[in-house]
Each structure stands twice: as C-alpha cells, then as structure tokens.
Design a binder for this molecule. Structure first.
Ligand code: NDP
Ligand code: OXD
Length: 313
C-alpha cells in the first residue's frame, strides 16, 4: 500500500517530511515521481493537475488537503472513488480568527484611523456597539458555524444562511432560496464561507449586494469573502463600491489567483486584499488526520468527512 502526495502548488518536502515524521514505515511517494503506480491506494492532494489521478488504477481514496474540494472536481478525468475533505480544529480556528479580525476591522473603522494617523489627524468618529451591527454568514458549515458562534459571543447580531436550517447558539438561521432576501435585507456585514459549486458560481453579484441593509448604525454594507473567489463577480463588487452600494470589502479569494496585477481591487482604498491565506492548511495537523483516516479505512471503518459528489461539497 502506498500513499501519494500530489500538488501543483505546494512543495513536496514539507508534506513528505511531516508525514514520515508521524509514520516512518509508510510507503510514501511525491508526485511526479510516482514509482509503480499499481501500488498507490491513497492520494492526498491540493490542486492536482488534471488527468494525473486517473493514472492510478488502484486508487481507493482521495484526500483533499483543504476544506474545499473544487480544486479536485475541476478534473474532468477524476477517478470514481471516495473524496474526503479536511475538517480540522486547527483550520477552523484559523478561519474564525480571520473572520473575527476583519469584522472588527470594519466595525472599529481601523483603516480610517490608519489614514488619519498617517496624516497626524486626532479625530474620533461615532462608534456603534457590536449589538447594533447585524452580521450575516453565507454558508453555515463547519467554518461558517464556528465563525458565527464566535461573532455572537462578541455581541454582534448574527444570522446564517445555508441550504438547510441550523441550530447554533445565539445565531438566527435562514435556509434556502426562499429566505435569502430576508437574510440579506437584515445584514450589514456579509461574510461568505460558501464552497464553489455549480450552484454558487457568481452568486455574490450586484443584485445580491443591492439587497444588503442600508439602514445600519455602523459599518455597512460590507462584504468579507473568504470562501472561494469563483463565488463572487469582481466587476460587480467594484461597481457596487463606486455606486456606494457597498462601503468596503475584505477579499481573501479571487476569480483568478494569484490576483492579476491589473486588478483594480489591489489599489481600491476601501478594499482589503489578502493572498488566500485566511486559513492555511498546516502540515503538522493535516498529515496526521490523513493517516488516521487511512488506518480507519484499512480497519474496515467508514471514512469521515466524505464529500457528496452530487452536491460538489
Ligand atoms: P462545509 O461543507 O462544512 O459548509 C458549506 C456550507 O455552505 C453548508 O452550510 C452548506 O449548506 C452551504 N451551502 C453550500 N451550497 C449552498 C447553496 N447553494 N445554498 C445555500 N447554502 C449552501 O464547508 P466548510 O465550512 O468546511 O468550508 C467552506 C468553504 O470555505 C470551503 O468549501 C472552501 O471553499 C472555503 N475555505 C477557504 C479557505 C481560505 O483559506 N480562504 C480555507 C478553508 C476553506 P448545508 O449545511 O445546508 O448543506
Ligand atoms: C481550503 C483552502 O479549502 O485553504 O482549505 O482554501
């Protein structure tokens, strides 16, 4: 039995060394040096090059080294075997840190005070309390639910929207298309943690942004997208900012990554750009999770966090 690490984006040594440090006996391969492909039963992947997984005739499980799996499903030759995604406390903690940080940054007008400091201006501005600000989280899965819960603890009025209704302490739940408008109409700061699927592609567009609340006491409307770039229409975000339909945005993910130098988002005074690193996959945490799942599978136990191929997430 061999385990293959395959990524077109990450360096082999870090992942291979970490996996070997946990299990020195495992037959571990690093793409593109796959050796005899007949031996490979498991692949842990991030952005695998299209067509490469199809070269493994005995592949039994594909492990995504991230919470998202769109990077796997874009392969037209994807083998028909279970796909398992990352659900990991370390990743969840990092994502919630990012969401809370950027909600607070907009709420407490941090960029405005940075500009004032550069100009040596001593001037305070009206500051709403957290209990006057309505946050809406699109996508109430593992990551969205944790971030929503932590924002509610800070005192924000938090709601979440997802396919199915959720029960999270202190968080109002909206579900399905029929409740989307009501959810947006009560939202000052919109946080997206939606996966990229055929249903969510281009979902955050001008029409959606126009539905956000405009009668808030504090920051808003504000967009924070840290899910996937394909879920947003960047031309619409820029147009909404110009039309003052959107006050500010924090974007960690983009339609094209890395964000092209020519993108107007880079230098927009009300946009904060980060390089898709709100919740990095940490090899120290994730290699152990993959090995644990392999042990479970080999012992005849069911895989955890298997992706439903029909839903794409
Ligand atoms: P989950 O699968 O746990 O959650 C996805 C949520 O989105 C679920 O609540 C689901 O609803 C909801 N959803 C999906 N499609 C729709 C739809 N069409 N309409 C309404 N709701 C929908 O994923 P995670 O929370 O673990 O991760 C979310 C995403 O975050 C990942 O897919 C990934 O793209 C992104 N991510 C980004 C990172 C970064 O560094 N920027 C790091 C890690 C993840 P329901 O629960 O009802 O099924
Ligand atoms: C993920 C990511 O999906 O880092 O985990 O984008």
């Amino acid at each position: 039995m061999a385990l293959l690490f395959m990524s077109s984006a990450w360096d082999n040594d870090t992942w291979l060394n970490r996996t070997r440090a946990i299990d020195g006996n495992i037959d571990l391969r690093g793409w593109p040096d796959m050796g005899n492909v007949d031996d490979i039963r498991y692949a842990m992947v991030w952005k695998p090059p299209a067509g490469e997984l199809a070269k493994l005739p005995n592949l039994q499980v594909i492990f995504s080294l991230g919470a998202g799996v769109d990077h796997i499903f874009q392969d037209p030759d994807l083998p028909d075997c279970p796909v398992v995604r990352t659900v990991d406390e370390n990743l969840t903690m990092r994502m919630s840190e990012y969401v809370v940080l950027h909600v607070l940054m907009h709420h407490r007008q941090v960029r405005r005070y940075d500009t004032q400091q550069a100009a040596k201006v001593w001037q305070g501005h009206i500051q709403a309390g957290a209990d006057e600000v309505r946050i809406g989280v699109l996508g109430m899965g593992v990551l969205g639910s944790d971030a929503a819960r932590k924002l509610a603890v800070l005192g924000f009025k938090v709601a979440g929207w997802s396919n199915t209704r959720k029960s999270v302490d202190g968080v109002e739940s909206f579900a399905g298309q029929s409740e989307l408008k009501a959810f947006l109409n009560r939202t000052d700061i919109l946080v997206s943690l939606l996966p990229l699927t055929p249903d969510t592609k281009g979902f955050i567009n001008r029409d959606l942004l126009r539905e956000l609340a405009r009668d808030g006491e504090g920051a808003g409307p504000v967009l924070i997208n840290t899910g996937r770039g394909g879920v947003q229409v960047e031309a619409d975000i820029l147009a909404a900012l110009e039309a003052d339909e959107l006050q500010a945005a924090t974007l960690d993910v983009f339609e094209t990554e890395p964000l092209p130098e020519a993108s107007a988002l880079w230098s927009h005074p009300r946009v904060t750009v980060t390089p898709h690193n709100s919740a990095d996959s940490d090899p120290r945490a994730l290699c152990g999770s993959v090995l644990e799942q392999i042990h479970r599978f080999e012992a005849g136990k069911p895989l955890e966090n298997q992706v439903d191929r029909a839903r794409y997430y």
